[in-house]
Design a protein around this ligand. Sequence first.
Ligand code: FAD
Length: 383
Amino acid sequence: MTVSFWQAEGTQPVREVDFLVVGAGLVGCATAYLAQQAGHTVVITERADIAQGASGRNAGFMITGLDAYYHRAVDKYGAAVAREMWDISTQTITFWRERIRQAGGAVRQVDCGSLLLAESPAEAREIETAARALEAAGIAMHYHSRDPLGRGFYNAIENPGDGAVQPVELAQAVFQQSGAELIAGNELYHLEQTTPEIVTVFTRRYIFKAHYVMLCTNAWSALVDPFFEGKVIPTRGQVLVTEPLPAPILTTCGYSDYGYMYYRSTFDNRLLLGGGRNRHFETENGTTDDRITGGVQRTLDDYLLARFPELRGVAIARRWAGIMGFSVDGLPLAGVLPDKPRVGFAVGFTGHGLSLGAGTAERALHRLLHGTSAGAVDARRLL
Ligand SMILES: Cc1cc2nc3c(=O)[nH]c(=O)nc-3n(C[C@H](O)[C@H](O)[C@H](O)COP(=O)(O)OP(=O)(O)OC[C@H]3O[C@@H](n4cnc5c(N)ncnc54)[C@H](O)[C@@H]3O)c2cc1C
């Protein structure tokens, strides 16, 4: 969305803040929590409201690792980075689970594990190789040489430590535990590093003077600062959910087709099915439009009948879309804007913010406050 001269003219009242987070998704709320733990007083400014972006529209999988199969991650990034990303992921899921425990029943989650399943003999070979690579890295998992679901898959990797969550409830709990002030309905227009210690942030209702700013704007980051152009690409994901079923169809998080298809049962026994993006790259990549499309939804309908034929005739209760921020090299970006040293960022989760969000946010925070390297997710790798 563009902003007019009249909207951005600068007659808003000035507010001084210590630490300003932009974006109230899972990553913005985690950043607020971590900044408050580091002794800062935090305000979050959000264009819409908590978890109205990808954080409230996802499948709720807390799955360890990257989207690439482990041996592919080793080939692409090297063994050390693949392992570091695994550890960031473990750290992230531990962070969510601590917040869930602290929320005392307000966040629904289940320690259901996950199954990475093969749709074809070629994918089965990839999964077998990935299992061996995980084993070589000393990462515990269970390899199934046959389909453990009996639904026509070829083989699978099971990770019993993974889980599923209600992501809106999670974001709300993390926000509440952060102690931050939220200013909802307050879009950032632009920002300037006005002195070495002060960032001026022009928003719909206020002009903030902040000591520190952290951008947690994921898919929309290139609209906030040109630094992110070509580095974070908005990408649409689509989902459907059935009416409640008499019993859960699945008791695990399932994903297949190289991660492009994913499915789970909801807490009231609906089947949630998402993905199909790889058959429709031309419409799904490079868009911030969160409407559903006929092509992807037909792919999901066909997949539902192929893998879950017992659901023929079951009504679909809701279909939706969300916009993810895909990073240009597949790894999240944590860092500080080169021309604005008091503006940090944690973006580009490439469809894996529940897996990688909090661990990346913590590294971004340390980079902003103390200048330490963010390691594998440090955005300086792209400069
Ligand atoms: C269909 C779908 C399924 C997914 N499934 C999973 C899954 O199972 N597991 C997993 O790990 N990940 C999944 N993801 C990805 C996951 O949802 C994201 O990686 C995660 O939510 C990113 O969190 P975030 O806080 O960075 O981004 P978001 O939740 O998108 O938050 C960014 C926020 O910034 C705000 N904002 C943007 N611009 C401005 C501005 N100018 N001013 C103020 N505010 C602004 C937005 O309104 C938004 O609230 C899925 C995503 C989708 C769409």
